[in-house]
Ligand binder design. Structure first.
Ligand code: PLP
Length: 398
């Protein structure tokens, strides 16, 4: 049976991680893999997570199954965090939430739900988008198309072109939208643009599929959800994939959720039953441990404020490193061409250079980033910003 398989090349990010690990250079810099790092290069376990984990373990009396939808208290807290307490979709009981194995699990279940509802639907994804969106959404058989999003030579959004393309999408098509801290560009819509997008989605009866993987990494928990909340208020139907890998630092515990919004209460219930059947047919039940930790933090006022402060510290470290790298690049290149790095948001920005230059940075300077020149700014430290800037400037000049 397996004879037919040729060996596949490694996933580009996983391949890059392996190359980085194998590089013996002491000056190597990892701007590749998308995890937060503190100023010593470590991806820490948050203090709030440690404390909650101890409490969870101390209070646990069984390892019996939970449910296909996961923990109820987790799901309720996720809805409040993402949509806000007073969101009309919650008030009208049109939102349903199920726990999922990470944001990827939620995206995958969402893709299966779309396929079950409408085999002919196309999902429109931003150009560029996070690499894993393509297999997560496309490998189940959904048709994908790209809408213009970002001009990496000019470092700006292509908002008019985006609207113009979506205007031509077929009724019932799905539009995948990064809720904040766009990966890989770091360029987000402003509120006015969210309003225009939301108006188009509603008028053209396109279904938004919002991907929220970095809530709290842009401005704060509330502001980062503002665009998503607006779209979810105006659109009669929506899907939202949520990941807590980054903002709780729970990457390997696989903590996420899928929120669906239906046109009315009974549609939401019927849709939920399909979501649960899909989950059951893929992984049956989501892992519990990370969700139990998250739910414990959100239910405890002291732990929750500790988490909010830790999240703010992660966000401000990244903002500081953005400023530091932009400043160092000004010094090294004598130009303000890289100032956009300072003002973009979240973990990523596109440097906007060729794949060949990315390879030279890796081969000559031990600086690792994905071939599209995506940099994880959390890989910048006070001690390596000047080095990275000098290497980039040298390669651009040479
Ligand atoms: C845009 C985006 N969506 C979703 C995810 C899902 O992450 P996870 O499955 O690790 O929760 C990520 C993680 O990198 C991401 O960048």
């Amino acid at each position: 049976m397996f004879e037919q398989f040729e060996r596949l090349s490694a996933d580009s990010i996983l391949g890059l991680m392996a190359q980085y690990r194998a590089d013996p250079s002491p000056i190597k810099v990892d701007l590749g893999v998308g995890v937060f790092r503190d100023s010593s290069g470590h991806t820490p376990i948050l203090g709030s997570v440690r404390r909650a984990e101890q409490a969870v373990l101390a209070g646990q009396t069984t390892k019996s199954y939970v449910a296909a939808a996961g923990r109820e208290e987790f799901n309720g807290a996720v809805e409040a965090l993402v949509l806000g307490d007073a969101h009309p979709a919650r008030r009208d009981r049109r939102a349903r939430t199920v726990q999922a194995p990470g944001g990827c699990g939620a995206l995958r279940v969402g893709a299966e739900l779309i396929r079950a509802a409408s085999r002919s639907a196309t999902v429109h994804v931003s150009d560029p988008t996070w690499g894993n969106h393509i297999p997560l959404l496309g490998s189940g058989g959904l048709q994908l198309e790209r809408y213009p999003y970002y001009d990496s030579a000019g470092q700006r959004l292509r908002f008019d072109a985006m609207l113009e393309r979506l205007e031509r999408a077929a009724q019932g098509d799905v539009v995948l939208i990064h809720a904040c801290c766009h990966n890989p560009t770091g360029a987000d819509l402003n509120l006015e643009q969210w309003q225009a997008l939301s108006e188009l989605l509603t008028r053209r009866r396109l279904v938004p599929f919002l991907d929220m993987a970095y809530q709290g990494f842009g401005e704060n928990l509330e502001a980062d959800a503002a665009g998503l909340r607006l779209v979810a208020e105006r659109s009669p139907e929506a899907l939202i994939a949520v990941s807590f890998s980054k903002n709780l630092g729970l990457y390997r515990e696989r903590v996420g959720a899928l929120i669906i919004i239906g046109e009315c209460e009974s549609r939401a219930d019927a849709t939920l039953s399909h979501v649960l059947q899909i989950a059951r047919s893929i992984y049956s039940m989501p892992p519990d441990h990370g969700a139990a930790i998250a739910a414990h933090i959100w239910a405890d006022a002291a732990l929750r404020s500790e988490w909010v402060a830790e999240l703010a510290a992660m966000r401000s470290r990244i903002a500081d490193m953005r400023g530091l790298l932009a400043h160092a690049l000004r010094g090294a290149s004598g130009s303000d061409a890289f100032d956009f790095i300072r003002t973009q948001r979240g973990m990523f920005s596109l440097l906007g250079v060729s794949a060949q230059l990315v390879e030279r940075l890796r081969d000559r300077h031990h600086i690792y980033m994905t071939l599209d020149s995506r940099m994880n700014l959390a890989g910048i430290m006070p001690h390596n910003a000047e080095y990275v800037a000098a290497a980039i400037a040298a390669e651009l000049a040479g």
